[in-house]
Design a binder for this molecule. Structure first.
Ligand SMILES: Cc1cc2nc3c(=O)[nH]c(=O)nc-3n(C[C@H](O)[C@H](O)[C@H](O)COP(=O)(O)OP(=O)(O)OC[C@H]3O[C@@H](n4cnc5c(N)ncnc54)[C@H](O)[C@@H]3O)c2cc1C
Length: 499
């Protein structure tokens, strides 16, 4: 094994969390090396593939003005953004995680979210209003769901800006150089072994930040922790997040923590690439307009309440439900009334769509059980209740007497032409990872820090359970990445003082 020169901090990964950590550690004067498992053309991790939606507690419109580029008085007049304070973010996080999110980590994420997004802006990241998060009403754009901001040019814009800043700060980056295991001396991290040019190289360092994702791209680990049905799930992002970081941390004494049998997943085009295609980023395959439509399986039956909540709060769950259906397949159905309301992804040439002028024809083209399908639609249409339809709020316009009930936004499915979009489940990231604290220190089973070891992003366990509020994956990477950089630099300074 060869030994390379000493760095202050080595960071495994080049996604949002790793880049945030690298910039933050450099700001503190540390010398930083980043390791990327893939080639340069496939850098940036899941962060590269994102839609760029990012959640933060902005309080009121003033908080948005400070972040969104070129926000002017005309913009302020033409939009309505409900306030979103610390308590709103906290409620959303606790609601979707069923109260299980670790309070220390949750508090750190939320209370640093506003400051961190402004820090990101200083690093060169541009933000725009999130065009997927509003409805038009009386000439105004009404934003909903606490997610009015996204990064300009989605995840691509985010990682490009952060790479530019990291490179400007002199951060060294090695590609096709996965971290393999950690070196410890006297209970302290003293290096990381890297697989470079087909040989193991020991890189000496004073601390390591693991920001190398979950195990979503590892078939065996998916099956072991999530269940056999996950064997062939589409991987929506990086092919490199195979759980290496979790293994390395655990071998070094860190405790595994969080929901290992849980993951984020999304209803995804049935014909999407099996792993993220770097030439097709921007999250173009997701299909999440179903709250205004219907979902049926190959047996021609509905199996979820499409209108249980806004899509941000249900798409992860419904992705998983789709995986349980025959051939892991379902169809989202929209008639001509609601089709203009669908998100942009439905218009792309990459979208698989079946169009028909009658329900009979639709059933034949979808190759579903026709008599069940026609019965499902007839019963559903019959059960739709009167009431005002309003997609910007949970309008309570429901069905009665069909199971599952559609509890909001129920309109009859009766205006041709009809559209069916075949969907399956795409895994986004896994929830179970490493135990850590609000200093991003990796902790052992007794809650003691593993000296010199930090985790960030998807490697933080105990933050998300069952689901996550959309946009908080990126914010978690930014907050804990930035924190890890600061903590690692402080640790190095404290070591220098002792030596
Ligand atoms: C299609 C899609 C859309 C999404 N949209 C959003 C969104 O709009 N908003 C949001 O908040 N979240 C979104 N997410 C979730 C979000 O991507 C993650 O929460 C976040 O990007 C995780 O950042 P990270 O830095 O922890 O991991 P990643 O960005 O995945 O980075 C992990 C890095 O580690 C590298 N790596 C792995 N193993 C090793 C190793 N052994 N050595 C060195 N490097 C290694 C990988 O190659 C990669 O570079 C989306 C995810 C996907 C897949």
């Amino acid at each position: 094994m060869t030994t390379k020169s000493q760095f202050d901090v080595v960071i495994a990964g080049t996604g949002n969390a790793a880049l945030s950590a690298a910039i933050s550690a450099s700001e503190q004067g540390a010398g930083v090396l980043m390791l990327e498992k893939g080639p340069k053309s496939k850098r940036g991790g899941n962060s590269f593939f994102t839609d760029g939606a990012i959640r933060f507690a902005y309080n009121d419109i003033e908080g948005i003005k400070n972040v969104v580029d070129g926000f002017n008085a005309e913009d302020a007049r033409s939009i309505e953004v409900p306030e979103y304070k610390h308590a709103h973010f906290h409620n959303d996080l606790m609601k979707v995680t069923q109260g299980k999110s670790n309070p220390e980590l949750a508090e750190h994420l939320i209370s640093n979210s506003c400051d961190t997004i402004q820090w990101m802006k200083k690093q060169g990241v541009s933000f725009v209003m999130n065009e997927n998060q509003y409805f038009e009403k009386e000439g105004k754009k009404i934003f909903w769901g606490g997610l009015p901001v996204k990064t300009e040019r989605k995840g691509i814009g985010l990682v490009e800006a952060l790479f530019a800043k990291a490179e400007e700060k002199g951060v060294e980056i090695w590609y096709e150089a996965p971290g393999v295991r950690l070196e410890q001396t006297d209970d302290r991290i003293t290096g990381i072994i890297v697989n470079k040019d087909d040989q193991e190289t020991l890189v000496k360092c004073k601390s390591v930040i693991l920001a190398c994702g979950g195990f979503e791209a590892n078939k065996e680990k998916r099956m072991k922790h999530l269940g056999d049905e996950w064997e062939n799930a589409i991987v929506r992002g990086s092919e490199y997040n195979t759980g290496d970081g979790i293994r390395m941390a655990a071998e070094a004494g860190a405790a595994q923590a969080g929901q290992y049998d849980g993951c984020h997943a999304h209803t995804t085009d049935f014909n999407a690439p099996k792993v993220g295609d770097y030439s097709k980023p921007g999250d173009i395959y997701k299909k999440s307009s179903y709250p205004v439509g219907l979902i049926v399986n190959q047996e021609g039956r509905r199996f979820v309440d499409e209108g249980a909540d806004f899509r941000n709060y249900t798409y992860a769950k419904y992705g998983k439900e789709t995986l349980k259906q025959t051939n892991h397949k379902a169809f989202q159905l929209y008639d001509s009334k609601v089709r203009p309301m669908l998100r942009k992804e439905y218009e792309l040439e990459e979208a698989t769509v079946i169009k028909a002028d009658s329900l009979d024809e639709l059933a034949v083209k979808m190759e579903v059980d026709k008599s069940n399908f026609l019965e499902t639609i007839e019963n559903y249409n019959h059960a739709v209740q009167d009431g005002e339809y309003n997609p910007s709020i949970k309008d309570g316009k429901s069905t009665k007497g069909v199971s599952p009930e559609k509890t909001n936004w129920a309109l009859k499915f009766d205006e041709a032409p009809f559209y069916a979009y075949p969907v399956t489940c795409g895994i986004t990231f896994t929830f179970g990872a490493i135990k850590s604290n609000n200093r991003a220190e990796a902790l052992d089973t007794s809650g003691e820090a593993v000296k010199g070891l930090y985790v960030a992003g998807e490697m933080v366990g105990e933050l998300f359970y069952h689901n996550y509020p959309g946009g908080s994956g990126l914010m978690s990477g930014s907050v804990f990445g930035r924190t890890a950089g600061i903590s690692a630099a402080e640790y190095i300074h404290s070591m220098a003082a002792i030596e």
